[in-house]
Design a protein around this ligand. Structure first.
Ligand code: HEC
Length: 164
């Protein structure tokens, strides 16, 4: 009478132990899945960033290069690396300050404060050209369409590192 009972209870603990293990491993699997999803969507957000797809035209950046030489290079240098008085507009130090911020904010900064000796004195289109040149110089790809005020006022564009 006792023997089958014992066997049964032994058999019950067996499957029960086995049952708890899969639950544990499934939740760990789910956790991993969620993590992968987060990492994946972050990567997708980077891929989908308009800056990496091209947000200015070559012609715009070429005009910007000329305007930069005339209005900005005296302080920020021809290679955009700045000097002891003026900050660099390229490279890691620039990215350190601007990564994660809105491109429109950068535009406002240069179009209202620059050149420091006559702030906001250039036409809006010239400031757009200058921003295009800064983007090109920093390694962001060009597109066929030009960057305009409507685009800057629209969906925010987060500044991410340029493609390697
Ligand atoms: C007379 C010197 C001078 C000229 C000319 C000048 N800048 Fe500047 N620029 C500065 C200085 C100094 C700063 C930092 C202090 C400040 O923001 O006032 C600065 C800051 C900047 C910043 C912000 C950089 C940062 O990381 O915060 C941008 C962008 C910029 N300049 C772009 C331009 C552009 C584009 C032009 C040409 C239209 C230009 N500057 C002309 C001196 C100058």
């Amino acid at each position: 009478m006792y023997l089958p009972c014992l066997t049964r209870s032994y058999r019950q603990t067996g499957p029960m132990k086995k049952y708890t293990y899969p639950i544990y491993s499934v939740s760990r699997g789910r956790l991993l899945g969620i993590l992968l999803l987060i990492v994946g969507s972050l990567a997708a957000a980077q891929d989908g960033n308009p800056l990496l797809q091209g947000l200015y035209s070559e012609a715009q950046a070429a005009r910007g290069a000329l305007a930069y030489g005339e209005n900005c290079a005296s302080c920020h240098a021809n290679d955009l690396r700045g000097n002891s008085n003026s900050p660099a507009l390229t490279g890691l130090s620039f990215l350190f300050l601007w990564e994660g911020r809105d491109l429109a904010e950068l535009f406002t900064r240069l179009s209202t404060d620059m050149p420091t000796d006559r702030p906001g004195s250039l036409p809006t289109d010239t400031y757009l050209d200058l921003l295009a040149f800064l983007l090109q110089h920093n390694g962001y790809p060009a597109s066929t369409a030009s960057l305009d005020m409507a685009r800057l006022a629209g969906e925010p564009v987060t500044i991410v590192p340029p493609p390697q």
